[in-house]
Design a protein. Structure first.
Length: 1011
């Protein structure tokens, strides 16, 4: 019934608009509007400013000198010309269209808007909305900031740009994933990654593990080319509930790609080369006795012709990469176009690893008439990776895992006949890199059809049909004859994943002035979303000689198949009132249903209320503090949103597995009872904040406080054996995220030739989970080596395990009860006694029982970005960012200090007597010993750009770029990098380090040619 009424209303709108259009078109004339846009701060033409006649599709972008000219087919009358550019206040100017066919509007000057109140945003609003009208914080990043220094990943481009966003590169693998959290983690079993939307298409950013390569899984946003991006908007929390409902808990990242503009055809060619190298290696065991003989792990001298080796010298290599990008954009008549193609190749710093990406993009926009505009977009990406297993759960056949398990008492390189030594406990790292063949290939298509209608004044209708589909194939092959235990007779694996996401969205927007000083904006919309994921995998061992396929295996054959379809329906309404263009109040309701929800909780309602008040628009405020405060806005919102990522497609059912009984097929119920009443996790967020511009727009301040309460947390609870099942998924817990976000943007220097812009962000957040049932109030998070937990009163992902024994003063004690202290290398030494004396063991003692021993949650994160522009030619950009107060579980060092392996320098100290014998073995079982301070401050990026205007040549300009990334880190962490994480994008496994490739230091040179 609701759908039928909605269709009736839409049909009426269409009919009225059609009748109105017939009468209007007969009076239309072609007008040419000309002018120039300049800036008040630099008194120069502003290129790329958007000039548009409000309520129509007529408009253009300014040229390099700020001039513009475009043709509009309109009826005679009075219109409003609106000029916008990011970082400047919008200007509206009335123009009169009468008998003259060419209208000159003269020079239009834009003033800086450092608080961004006039900036137009789209995400979560179902249409363009000025930032001053919003009651919640939306962060936006423009192409100029994204592409100041080249990056191969979209999420890497956002690092340090957004307050409240924690973005981490989980490894240094060339195709490794990057994780993002917006305002903390609000789920335990589901994903905490935000929803990603590209040009209105909901796309997948999953991180599937297909071929068991450990902690280097890819996330699929790597398929999107950063060079195609025009702008990114980020909504954190429940603010996007009206449009995204049950998918909005983790926030939304909306990516807008480049489009064609009216005017001359623009051609851009970009070329780049880069080199990467490992920034830091681990200190390895080079133990020797007094005679200079190398020692084995038992402390006995090795033969004179043997020594210890640093295998990292052979595992890592200097890597090289290149990127080529070409785009063409422009317009022909009523059609605008943008096409681009790109090729990216990156070697990995782990020898034999690499990543390739091919991109093709096309967008066509056609103006049918003055009230119908159609846009079609298509983008294709093919990604290919050559992977080397490392870390994670693949310890038996990893390269870096082979290194850490050692022992490093032999040369791992092959002999003259190509045979690798087989003295490693697990794998010879170089044999893994040279003979193992693991790789993944992804073919992806993202397409959209968009229709924009403006049939009546103030009424706009937008329809989007979006499709994202990809096929990902992973293969793994280990040949016969390798030295890795358990795989000497060969191994083969093949996995295939098919992912499809479809969204169909209809949005209606009506804007009107109810009376002077009172505006109204009404939004109505509906959505249908369908997603499907299908996986198939097969593997086998004992391969027939000279064969690599799974079918050639004669034992350990295993296969699996899984299908997970899901549908989502939603309708929403939103009403906004504006008073004197100063006070704005918005209310919204979203009604959602999903095939994943239980029968009794199929429909979910999400309300939202927000307000925004521009205090500085009062005349008395301007008179009192106008010399200091340029603009001042206060805002607040409360809203509810949902999270369904914890719910599987079939969790509401009791699933039956196929079994054989007496040689006949049958079914057997799984150990988990179906959750017939399962519903999404519901989040309530309260947000208050202010946006202030000071000192004649020289300083902008944005402050936001938020508190998120996620109720109905989905957890797996244990069931009594009498039920016949072990567990059931249930809505029984809660999570709280509370924090403060601060963003400062200033212009310390604004001279005639030099302009210095400085931006700083600060985020402080607290996370706490509660409501976990059972006596312990704790659950072990999967795939964390039983180290990471969710426990009542603690942050999600806290570390749990054996701890140090302590005396009544809180001091760590050794096995004899002597107080100990930590030295600069993270080792524990007796405070007041000598290890060589009686009653002073120097070996830390373990306390009975386990407890919380650390948290990966930082106390605060920050960034500081400085950009200096010298005239129109030279720009220098420097970015620092950091995280303070989080812990890292250094599982790598734990293994390297244990005597059976003893690969790291910590065991060298034990062999040479600097540490007491048995120190490493005792510490191995005290997890707290390996929890380290993961605080860091990084010089994330330095970029220098020099632009040359090529007058009189086919090339308009050439921009030369030199950049460095991850240049150095200030930290006390003993591992490769405190930022890496074996868990990749996993929600509860954070700050866990087990020999994944370190994040490399990168240098690049590039050139951009504009024709």
């Amino acid at each position: 019934m609701l759908t039928r009424r909605l269709l009736t209303v839409i049909s009426c709108f269409f009919l009225i608009g059609l009748l109105g259009a017939i009468s209007v078109q007969a009076q239309e004339r072609d007008y040419t509007i000309r002018g120039r846009v300049m800036t008040t701060d630099a008194d120069e033409g502003l290129p790329g400013a958007n000039v548009q006649i409000q309520g129509t599709t007529a408009g253009t972008a300014t040229q390099a000198n700020g001039r513009f000219s475009f043709t509009a087919s309109l009826s005679p009358g009075t219109y409003t010309l609106r000029v916008t550019f990011v970082g400047y206040r919008a200007v509206r100017q009335q123009i009169e269209l009468a008998d003259q066919r060419t209208v000159s509007v003269g020079t239009i000057e834009l003033q800086p808007d450092i608080a961004g109140l006039e900036e137009v945003v789209v995400t979560g609003q179902a249409g363009p909305t000025r930032r001053k009208e919003l009651g919640n914080a939306i962060s936006s990043v423009e192409a100029a900031d994204l592409q100041e220094a080249p990056k191969s990943s979209t999420l890497q481009s956002l690092q340090g740009q957004i307050a409240g966003a924690r973005i981490q590169q989980s490894s240094g693998d060339p195709a490794g994933g990057t994780s993002i959290r917006l305002r903390g983690t609000g789920t335990v079993l589901g994903t905490a990654e935000p929803l990603v939307v590209v040009d209105g298409v909901i796309v997948s950013n999953d991180s599937p593990e297909l071929i068991q390569i450990g902690g280097t899984t890819q996330n699929r946003l790597v398929d999107v080319n950063p060079n195609d991006i025009a702008r990114i908007e980020v909504v954190k929390g429940a603010a996007a509930a009206a449009l995204y409902g049950s998918r909005a808990n983790n926030g939304v990242i909306q990516i807008f790609t480049k489009k064609g503009e009216e005017g001359e055809t623009d051609i851009t060619y970009n070329t780049r080369i880069e080199t990467q190298a490992v920034r830091k290696t681990l200190d390895v065991n080079m133990a020797q006795n007094d005679q200079g003989q190398f020692l084995d792990n038992a402390g006995d001298p090795l033969p004179n012709d043997q020594k210890r080796w640093d295998w990292q010298d052979f595992i890592f290599e200097r890597a090289y990469g290149t990127e080529q990008y070409l785009s063409v954009s422009g317009a022909s008549g009523d059609t605008r176009f943008f096409v681009s193609g790109a090729y990216l190749f990156n070697q990995g710093i782990v020898d034999q690893s690499n990543f390739r990406r091919y991109n093709g993009t096309a967008r066509l926009q056609h103006t049918v008439n003055d009230w119908i505009n159609v846009s079609v977009g298509a983008r294709y990406a093919r990604s290919e990776s050559k992977d080397v297993p490392n870390g994670g759960l693949s310890s038996l056949y990893g390269s870096l895992t082979g290194f850490i398990f050692g022992p490093n008492t032999f040369d791992p390189r092959p002999d003259d006949l190509g045979r690798f030594p087989d003295d490693a406990i697990f794998s010879n790292p170089l044999e893994v890199q040279s003979r193992f063949d693991f790789g993944q290939t992804t073919d992806r298509f993202i397409g959209d059809l968009q229709v924009d209608l403006t049939p009546l004044e103030g009424l706009s209708v937008n329809y989007i049909l979006g499709l994202d589909t990809y096929e990902q194939t992973g293969t793994g092959f280990i040949p016969r004859g390798v030295s890795t235990p358990g795989f000497g007779t060969g191994f083969s694996r093949r996995s295939e994943l098919s992912n499809l996401q479809l969204n169909s969205d209809l949005n209606l927007r009506y804007e009107t002035t109810l009376r002077p000083g009172l505006s109204s904006t009404t939004l109505l919309g509906g959505t249908f979303q369908y997603e499907s994921e299908e996986t198939f995998s097969a593997q086998s061992q004992d391969l027939v000689p000279i064969s690599e396929t799974v079918g050639a295996g004669t034992s350990s054959r295993d296969f699996g198949e899984f299908r997970a379809p899901r549908t989502i329906y939603g309708v929403f309404g939103q009403q906004k009132f504006g008073v004197a263009d100063q006070l704005f109040v918005t209310g919204a309701l979203r009604l959602d249903a999903s095939s994943s929800f239980g029968e009794d909780s199929r429909w979910q309602l999400y309300p939202k209320v927000s307000t925004s008040y521009v205090v500085s628009d009062h005349a008395f405020v301007q008179e009192a503090i106008g010399d200091i405060v340029s603009s001042f806005k206060v805002r607040g919102s409360v809203g509810w949103s949902g999270g369904l990522t914890s719910i599987g497609a079939f969790d509401r059912f009791t699933v039956y597995d196929a079994q054989s009984f007496g040689g006949k097929p049958g079914l057997q119920p799984s150990s988990q009872l179906g959750a017939v009443g399962v519903q999404p996790e519901r989040q309530r967020e309260v947000e208050v904040g202010t946006d202030v511009s000071l000192l004649d727009d020289r300083l902008g301040v944005t402050v936001t406080y938020y508190r998120q309460n996620t109720e109905d947390l989905l957890l797996t609870k244990s069931l009594a054996p009498t039920t016949g099942f072990n567990s059931e998924l249930d809505n029984i817990g809660s999570v709280t995220n509370e924090g403060v976000e601060l963003r400062l943007r200033g212009i310390p220097l604004d001279g005639e030739d030099v302009r210095w812009t400085s931006t700083a962000t600060y985020t402080r957040s607290r996370n706490e989970v509660n409501g976990i049932p059972g006596a312990t109030g704790r659950i072990i998070i999967p795939s964390s080596f039983r180290v990471s937990v969710a426990q009542n009163g603690e942050p999600i992902g806290s570390y749990f395990g054996p701890a140090f024994e302590r005396n009544q003063n809180g001091d760590v004690v050794d096995t004899e009860g002597n107080a100990m202290e930590k030295d600069g290398d993270g080792l524990w030494r007796p405070k007041n006694c000598n290890v060589s004396s009686n009653g002073c063991s120097g070996i830390p003692a373990s306390a009975p029982g386990d407890k919380i021993i650390g948290s990966p949650q930082p106390d605060f994160t920050f960034s500081w970005i400085n950009q200096v522009q010298v005239r129109d030619n030279l720009s220098v950009r420097v970015q620092f960012d950091g995280e303070i107060g989080q812990d890292v579980f250094n599982f790598t060092r734990r293994v390297g200090a244990f005597s059976p392996f003893g690969t790291l320098e910590i065991y060298e100290r034990e062999l040479e007597g600097d540490l007491p014998s048995g120190y490493g073995a005792a510490a191995f079982n005290i997890f707290e010993h390996w929890v380290e301070d993961g605080s860091y401050v990084k010089l994330r990026e330095v970029a220098v750009n020099y632009t040359v205007q090529a007058r009189g040549l086919p090339v308009e300009s050439v921009k030369l770029t030199a950049a460095g990334r991850n240049l150095f880190s200030i930290d006390d962490y003993t591992g490769y990098d405190p930022e890496i994480n074996t868990g990749g994008q996993r929600t509860g496994v954070r700050g866990f380090d087990f020999v994944v490739p370190p994040i490399p230091r990168t240098f690049s040179l590039g050139a951009t040619l504009n024709f």
